[in-house]
Design a binder for this molecule. Structure first.
Ligand SMILES: CC(C)(COP(=O)(O)OP(=O)(O)OC[C@H]1O[C@@H](n2cnc3c(N)ncnc32)[C@H](O)[C@@H]1O)[C@@H](O)C(=O)NCCC(=O)NCCS
Ligand SMILES: Nc1ncnc2c1ncn2[C@@H]1O[C@H](COP(=O)(O)OP(=O)(O)OP(=O)(O)O)[C@@H](O)[C@H]1O
Length: 197
């Protein structure tokens, strides 16, 4: 089995490209969705987060806005949160890999793959990337997004150029969805045949 990590900065098209892999029959593990499930109502990390960060949880699970206030900008607090969340995500990832043990190729969709050391679980890493102007236009078109908010998020993510340098494969998303889908199909064929492995 080849484990392909898929990552990219905000608005680069990672979710869209992950869906393209799924459309082609490749099993996709969505790390962000796993974190949301674990932090949601009855989720596996809610009690530990309630104990470590009092006042950030309630009947609906974790209040991510409150938790973000408590940890973003405080590296020691973020490290404590990661000590709670990452082992739980690792268990979900292991279950996903066991469920798909016979698949020739699986994708781990992880927004902060490089930032959280997730590359060590991957045989290959692909990054989605577009020019900065395209990225900004996409993100600023989202409801509630402002240039200041976008800049604050970008400041906490590894810059796109560094992600590209560390990835094995770059999936450009400046062009049409059809162009990107064609790249994804070629990549899957290459990985499955061993040409890119
Ligand atoms: C801190 C939390 C509650 C903030 O949630 P919220 O929905 O408000 O914002 P979001 O998740 O979009 O994060 C906002 C920005 O914070 C930065 N950030 C979040 N978690 C991390 C992290 N572990 N390391 C570095 N930066 C981070 C990112 O740049 C992100 O773009 C949430 O991100 C969280 O629970 N993070 C810890 C779990 C984790 O490591 N997740 C990511 C990989 S599995
Ligand atoms: N060639 C392309 N490839 C991918 N996305 C494209 C392309 N052309 C246009 N788009 C659009 O760009 C947007 C990218 O959003 P998407 O949610 O996939 O990004 P993301 O990187 O997952 O973002 P975030 O990190 O904020 O969740 C979508 O609206 C998508 O339709």
């Amino acid at each position: 089995m080849i484990v392909l990590g898929l990552t990219g900065s905000i608005g680069m098209g990672k979710s869209t490209v992950a869906a393209m892999f799924a459309d082609e029959g490749v099993p996709v593990f969505d790390a962000d969705a796993a974190v949301h499930r674990l932090q949601g109502p009855g989720g596996g990390v809610v009690a530990a987060i309630a104990a470590a960060f009092p006042g950030t949880t309630g009947a609906d699970g974790v209040d991510r806005a409150a938790l973000g206030q408590a940890v973003l900008g405080d590296p020691a607090a973020l490290a404590r949160l990661e000590e709670i969340v990452h082992p739980a995500v690792a268990a979900e990832r292991a279950a996903f890999l066991a469920d798909h043990a016979t698949a020739p190729l699986v994708v781990l969709d992880v927004p902060l793959l490089f930032e959280t050391g997730g590359e060590r679980h991957c045989d290959r890493v692909a990054i989605v990337s577009a020019g900065e102007a395209v990225q900004r236009a996409r993100v600023l078109a989202r409801p509630g997004m402002t240039p200041a908010r976008l800049d604050a998020i970008l400041a906490r993510q590894l810059p796109d150029a560094q992600k590209r340098a560390r990835a094995d494969i770059v999936i450009p998303t400046d062009g049409s969805l059809g162009d990107t889908r064609a790249v994804v199909r070629r990549m899957i064929a290459g990985l499955r045949s061993g040409a890119l492995a």
